[in-house]
Design a protein around this ligand. Structure first.
Ligand SMILES: *[C@@H]1O[C@H](CO)[C@@H](O)[C@H](O)[C@H]1NC(C)=O
Ligand SMILES: *[C@@H]1O[C@H](CO)[C@@H](O)[C@H](O)[C@H]1NC(C)=O
Ligand SMILES: *[C@@H]1O[C@H](CO)[C@@H](O)[C@H](O)[C@H]1NC(C)=O
Ligand SMILES: *[C@@H]1O[C@H](CO)[C@@H](O)[C@H](O)[C@H]1NC(C)=O
Ligand SMILES: *[C@@H]1O[C@H](CO)[C@@H](O)[C@H](O)[C@H]1NC(C)=O
Ligand SMILES: *[C@@H]1O[C@H](CO)[C@@H](O)[C@H](O)[C@H]1NC(C)=O
Ligand SMILES: *[C@@H]1O[C@H](CO)[C@@H](O)[C@H](O)[C@H]1NC(C)=O
Ligand SMILES: *[C@@H]1O[C@H](CO)[C@@H](O)[C@H](O)[C@H]1NC(C)=O
Length: 861
């Protein structure tokens, strides 16, 4: 085993060693007494998908006619759990919950809202205020406006209220009086005693935090993954990925602690401050000192004006161990909050968590309601590296002097209004959505195409500087980069940085249409953040137009990315040669002013992943999913066989399968692709291991021999992702379930696969079809490449599965005939001819069923 494979193994072990069970136990210990976790309107004790118990609220509400338990009429697919969101309590006049809390103890209050139709009540009519012992939490609040502005199906509001001396807490709901037919509602309430997480001594600007209440605005695991309540360190908080808040093209790289670095809490930092997993991941500026000098690592947050905010920054050094190695300045709203921050100087050594609180007032000068948090390498102390680091970030809003925490309802952005209009137009044309098996209008209400943070296409990056700076040093080994969830960041398991030689640039630029930088800037509103449709490790993807009308996706480099000129070049070279209905098309590129930009066809329906899980999109029908898998299989089959030489994609995953406006699947991102030896199955390419965790062919990283069967393996993972609607790697799952491939193979062996398929598909797939599909996917996951089917075989089997779904009788007849003909090579040849013809002539849509019948019954042609 050489060093590269070794590192890869340790990384995978690392993600497997995450153990949420322990944390859950701690959870209940801290919260057991005097905690209320109420499912409002519910009638019985119930458990949510995280295993949390919710009690009915009936004992705590006044028995008046103005408080009505209700059940939501629709269940939005993106709700994390039915409990507590599917039931609600409706108030038509002022009503209160009285809690007896622990006296003199700070309390969490969490309010859960799901704006849906309850009985004949319209969610847009709900305008109400909420107070807690007179402290105004929400005022003239419209859940439906707020949820829509955040493109979320539901809202959670979290407050930490100052201690009440007698322990009596009264939470009042009051519909506004200035609108007729207005009502108040709530789906879930948590009232939980909490430790004093604010230490007044650490605060700047002398904010009187002890007697104040705060609202949590943002809580981010910077450079890391989503952490659910049950994996928090005892305070049932949720931590989110920071990438949606990053500003600009330069947003650094995410970093994960090496396996042998232990994170130990010092005596002055209690473990409940933040879970270890927050401190084990971080975002840094990257290794290029000269690049880092040119940009600020910046996060931008929308906040309410006229409030003081406490910004809590969590730090834990993961790479360096000496003072003055990594020193940086911290800016809040363009003002210096901290000069020469040095985590080692503060904490003493690597792996020691610490945090800093800063207070800043956000006023209301010309509607300025943004909070900017920025970092820049400090040069004052002449540090060894020009870099910055941040592990976690929380932003709390402090009540104003009038005891108010309520802000205004958000104003929907112009962008969103346009999108809505577009979506409505699309809904008016049922043809494009028919056969999806869901109500298109509801889909729009639930999700609105708006600003959705998805990883579109991966950005291949370039910058022209050669990487010779002394910042380019690895401390804990080269491969500490892990993909963040939901981004299409690809890990390069290679310590060497790619050549940054720009001499090839002029050559590649001649392969495709060249755009000028002003043309690109004009096309995407000068890289306006509102145009971002995806964020990946390599940079951002913007939506834009060229030539005034053609909608395109624009990939812009993140200068800190590990990817280099080489990947950029590969993508252009391959894509300019390949044309296929199921491969995304490159329109052009821009190499100018230090920017490296690729312009693609716009894929209106985004990535396959965003239609599978953790999104607000309605679930896809099984038929649609099969068709998408078949399309992607065709694209890959073409890569493997359709041109004169084999092309191995090397990064097959659900974020690299894009969907156009007609739901046609297109394979994208050829930055890592390799041309194999000509001909099929004749050899392999020996290469450094690259690809994405969770999708990597075990044989490939054992032997570093790349064949097209490595793509088949990854595609097998994709097939199971489509079936089970969960990520390939899910660090928050129980150990045995973290890796999807392992988990499905285990379930398949036990014969319990049906139990883990997407609940939306339960009862929608015939047993024969499911069997065929699962068998095919399972074969793709065979340990040895030789045991895996070819892409052509996979394609045939998927088409057969579709046929079993569509028309089981006909499928069985075909299968019989195929057995009689007994010519296993027949369908390969046929497919290849079809595919090549399809590619070379770019013919019209081929009817899958027609092709299928030709395949299985060659005599019929
Ligand atoms: C809750 O407390 C308030 C006063 O704090 C009182 O007016 C109200 O009747 C109480 N409600 C219930 C249901 O006990
Ligand atoms: C509410 O309705 C009443 C009568 O139906 C009407 O007089 C009043 O102006 C309405 N108020 C508002 C705020 O619309
Ligand atoms: C902020 O305060 C100013 C002055 O009191 C006021 O004019 C403005 O409307 C307030 N803005 C918001 C958003 O409340
Ligand atoms: C900070 O500065 C940037 C440009 O330098 C500007 O766009 C932004 O609005 C400023 N932010 C605040 C909150 O003043
Ligand atoms: C970083 O932000 C600070 C404060 O807004 C600003 O003064 C500085 O010019 C910025 N630096 C760069 C390189 O953008
Ligand atoms: C928050 O409200 C309380 C009263 O509810 C008040 O004593 C405190 O001073 C307020 N905090 C700030 C920062 O104004
Ligand atoms: C309540 O909120 C709505 C929607 O944001 C707004 O149009 C209305 O003016 C607000 N009313 C009051 C009294 O603040
Ligand atoms: C683990 O720690 C040792 C020393 O503590 C160090 O020499 C080694 O490089 C580390 N290995 C990795 C993979 O980080």
């Amino acid at each position: 085993m050489n060093s590269n494979t070794h590192i890869l193994y340790s990384l995978i072990l690392l993600s497997l060693s995450f153990d949420p069970v322990l944390v859950v136990a701690k959870n209940s210990e801290l919260n057991s007494q005097h905690s209320y976790v109420l499912s409002c309107g519910g009638s019985i004790e119930s458990t949510d998908t995280n295993g949390r118990e919710w009690a009915p609220d009936s004992k705590l509400v006044p028995p008046s006619g103005d408080s009505i338990p209700a059940t939501a009429l629709h269940q939005d697919p993106s709700l994390p759990s039915q409990v507590p969101y599917m039931t609600a309590r409706i108030f038509t006049s002022e009503s209160a919950y009285n809690f007896s809390a622990l006296p003199n103890k700070r309390l969490w209050i969490r309010l859960h809202f799901y704006p849906s139709s309850y009985g004949n009540l319209d969610p847009t009519d709900a305008y109400f205020s909420v107070t807690a012992n007179g402290l105004s939490l929400l005022n003239n609040f419209s859940v439906s406006i707020a949820a829509e502005a955040h493109t979320q199906a539901y809202m959670i509001k979290e407050y930490s209220v100052s201690p009440v001396s007698n322990g009596e807490l009264c939470i009042k709901f009051n519909p506004v009086s200035h609108r007729n037919g207005s009502y108040a509602f709530v789906n879930g309430i948590e009232v939980i005693p909490m430790p004093d997480i604010f230490d007044p001594e650490n605060l700047v600007d002398g904010v009187d935090i002890r007697s104040s209440s705060v609202q949590t605005m943002f809580r981010l695991n910077v450079g890391g993954q989503y952490i659910p309540t049950t994996s928090d360190s005892g305070l049932s908080r949720t931590w989110y990925d920071d990438s949606p808040y990053l500003f600009g093209a330069g947003f650094g790289v995410s970093l994960e602690a090496g396996k042998n670095l232990t994170v130990d809490f010092p005596p002055n930092v209690p473990e409940y401050i933040a879970p270890r997993s927050v401190y084990r991941t971080a975002r840094t500026m990257g290794k290029g000192s000269s690049i880092n000098r040119k940009y600020n690592l910046t996060w931008v947050f929308k906040v309410d004006a006229n409030f003081t905010y406490i910004v809590r920054l969590h730090f834990c050094e993961l790479q360096f161990s000496k003072v003055n190695e990594r020193v940086f300045d911290i800016f809040l709203n363009n003002r210096t909050a901290q000069q020469s921050a040095d985590v080692i100087a503060w904490a003493g050594s690597a792996g020691v968590p610490m945090y800093k609180d800063f207070a800043t007032y956000v006023g209301d000068v010309n509607g300025d309601d943004e909070l900017w948090v920025a970092m820049h390498p400090s040069t004052l102390t002449k540090p060894e590296y020009f870099d910055a680091i941040l592990n976690g970030l929380e932003i709390f809003k402090v009540n104003d002097t009038r005891g108010n925490l309520a802000g205004l309802n958000p104003v929907p952005s112009k962008m969103r209004l346009n999108d809505e209009a577009e979506a409505e137009e699309a809904a008016a044309m049922p043809s494009s959505l028919s056969g999806l098996g869901y109500d298109a209008v509801r889909g729009i209400a639930g999700g609105v195409a708006g600003f959705v943070v998805v990883a579109g296409v991966c950005i291949v990056v370039l910058y022209q500087n050669k990487r010779k700076e002394k910042g380019n040093v690895d401390v804990f080994g080269p491969a500490n980069w892990l993909p963040t969830y939901g981004s299409s960041c690809t890990s390069t398991v290679s310590g060497r940085s790619t050549s940054r030689d720009s001499s090839h640039l002029s050559n590649i630029a001649s392969l495709c249409r060249h755009f000028s930088l002003p043309e690109i800037r004009h096309g995407c509103n000068n890289f306006d953040e509102s145009q971002v449709v995806g964020v990946g490790g390599f940079g951002k993807v913007y939506r834009g137009t060229i030539d005034g009308v053609i909608r395109v996706a624009i990939k812009r480099s993140n200068p800190s990315s590990e990817q280099g000129v080489h990947e950029f070049q590969t993508e252009i070279e391959l894509l300019s040669k390949l044309r296929h209905k199921h491969l995304v098309s490159l329109i052009g590129c821009c190499v100018e002013g230090g920017e490296m930009i690729l312009v693609y066809d716009y894929m209106a329906n985004g990535t396959l992943r965003e239609h599978l899980y953790k999104s607000t999109k309605p679930p896809l029908s099984w038929q649609k999913r099969l068709e998408i898998c078949i399309g992607a299989a065709r694209g890959l089959h073409y890569l493997h066989t359709g041109v004169n030489y084999t092309i191995i994609h090397r990064d097959v995953k659900t974020t690299n399968i894009l969907l156009d406006e007609n739901w046609e699947a297109k394979v994208s991102d050829f930055g890592l692709s390799k041309q194999g030896p000509s001909g099929l199955n004749q050899g392999h390419v020996s290469t450094l291991v690259k690809g994405s965790f969770g999708y990597l062919d075990p044989e490939y990283f054992r032997r570093q021999k790349l064949t097209e069967k490595s793509d088949v393996y990854s595609f097998g993972v994709v097939l199971f992702e489509v079936l089970c609607a969960r990520p390939a790697l899910e660090a928050t799952s129980p150990k045995e379930q973290v890796n999807l491939a392992d988990w499905v193979l285990y379930c398949q062996k036990k014969g319990i696969l049906e139990e883990i398929i997407d609940p939306h598909l339960k009862g929608m797939i015939s047993p024969e079809c499911l069997k065929k599909f699962a068998e095919t996917a399972e074969k793709c996951l065979s340990d040895h490449g030789v045991d895996r089917p070819s892409m052509g075989d996979v394609l045939w089997n998927l088409e057969y599965a579709l046929q079993l779904h569509d028309n089981p009788e006909a499928a069985r007849v075909y299968e019989e005939e195929r057995k009689v003909n007994n010519d296993p090579s027949m369908h390969y040849t046929t497919i290849r001819i079809e595919e090549i013809r399809e590619a070379s002539e770019e013919t019209d849509v081929l009817n899958t069923t027609a092709v299928f019948s030709q395949l299985v019954n060659p005599r019929g042609r």
